[in-house]
Design a protein around this ligand. Structure first.
Ligand code: DI6
Ligand code: FE
Length: 411
């Protein structure tokens, strides 16, 4: 066998491969799964397994009828930050809007101040428990954005911390440069000047340091215009870095169309997305990343156009958007429940949103996101009878164990 003998075998499982097939959840028939050197190399029935393909030291785990899904992928997070914004939460409950808080120098900028003040070690230490909480929910891949540094030194510090967290934890971290998240106070009144710095200094330097897997921006009236984002995306294109965009979260600036024009991996939030934007995304294969946590927390009432996304065949991913201001959560499972209750996603769509489609939103669909021969052995094993239970529970966590590559992690 080209990939080596099976060194790890899970038996007696219900395998929800999430491969699009006629069977719901891709639960075709396989009840056992074999792994060699961190990759899936065999799926089927134990009776059909040729013992010669097993390594002498194979470790076998009988999961006693439990459900195996692909490890969850959180494709949109701002997990690295310092401090918290509980006091703004209180202001919001007293009637101040998110936009008003941002204009008063609160919002994103208050996290910027706290993040700038933190050392690399402090930032890593304060972010680590959030990553642990995600792993405890079955997450095996997480995207982490910069965007609370907003200058060269601090954006790089954030990306270094994200990279470091991926090195010291059994989880895959993808790093996204979000220098164009908000206007830093020192550039007040000069957003073009800041965007020029982002384009010509910050992004190229972070890229040269190998810290940028994708480029993101916040296209919104309180952030950056379509023209400014276009400028950034042109630079990303030249550097060969894929793009994604916070688009149509608070208003419709046609961000999704712009992102699609640059063949973006994803356009995210999308509450104010219209059919033209949906069609542009369908054409470019851009994934719609829906963030129910931010919708819920900001008490938004305009729902993302799920029916239009379905109609035009745009893949729908879900993510936590883990951040201190608009979505303070580390629970993909809670997001799946919210997506079902608030937006009427089916439980199968919700799970696809944290597996197959999330992989596509990171440009990693050939490596992760489904249980298939040749893909990484990133598994979540759940103490449930059927995968619909993952979406039905409100804040429950039936994770039995998580398997990441060669490491066996029992949470
Ligand atoms: N949209 C959001 O919901 C987050 N960023 C963004 O562009 C909010 C981030 C924060 O408030 O700290
Ligand atoms: Fe976000």
């Amino acid at each position: 066998m080209a990939m080596g003998k099976i060194d790890r075998l899970f038996t007696n499982a219900q395998i929800a491969s999430m491969i699009p097939a006629e069977a719901p959840y891709g639960m075709d028939a396989a009840t056992a799964l074999g792994i060699s050197s961190g990759k899936i190399t065999w799926m089927g029935h134990l009776d059909d397994l040729d013992p010669k393909t097993l390594s002498d030291s194979v470790e076998v785990t009988d999961v006693e009828g439990r459900c195996i899904t692909p490890g969850l992928i959180d494709c949109h997070t701002h997990l690295v930050y310092a401090g918290n914004r509980a006091q703004e939460f209180e202001m919001a409950l007293n009637g101040t809007s998110y936009e008003e808080i941002a204009k008063k120098g609160g919002g994103i900028l208050s996290t910027v101040t706290q993040t700038r003040d933190a050392s690399e070690a402090e930032l890593a230490a304060t972010s680590q428990p959030r990553l642990e909480a995600m792993m405890a929910c079955g997450v095996t891949t997480v995207e982490i954005k910069s965007g609370y540094g907003l200058d060269l030194e601090n954006e790089i510090k954030m990306l270094e911390v994200a990279k470091h967290l991926g090195e010291i934890n059994p989880v895959r971290v993808k790093k996204t440069f979000l220098g164009a998240h908000a206007l830093p106070p020192e550039f007040s009144g000069d957003s073009d000047g800041y965007m020029a710095k982002v384009c010509h200094e910050m992004l190229p330097t972070a890229h040269t340091l190998g810290l940028v897997d994708a480029v993101d921006a916040f296209c919104e009236k309180i952030a950056f215009s379509e023209t400014q984002v276009r400028q950034l995306f042109k630079v990303a294109e030249k550097l060969g870095i894929p793009v994604k965009l916070h688009a149509e979260q608070l208003s419709n600036l046609k961000g999704a169309e712009l992102a699609s024009h640059f063949n973006a991996l994803s356009a995210d939030h999308l509450e104010y997305l219209d059919e033209q934007g949906v069609m542009a995304m369908a054409k470019s294969g851009t994934v719609a990343v829906i963030l129910p946590g931010a919708f819920y927390f900001l008490r938004e009432t305009k729902k993302p156009p799920i029916e239009l996304l379905r109609k035009h065949g745009v893949p729908i991913a879900l993510a936590t958007d883990c951040n201190p201001g608009s979505s303070p959560t580390t629970s993909p499972l809670l997001m799946m429940n919210m997506a079902a209750i608030l937006f009427r996603l089916t439980p199968e769509e919700a799970l696809a949103g944290f597996t197959r489609h999330a992989a596509a939103a990171l440009g990693m669909e050939s490596e992760i996101g489904t249980l298939e021969i040749g893909k990484r052995a990133d598994l979540a094993i759940w103490d449930i009878d059927h995968p619909s239970e993952l979406t039905q529970g409100i804040g429950s966590n039936p994770l039995f164990l998580r398997y990441f590559g060669q490491e066996y992690v029992n949470n």
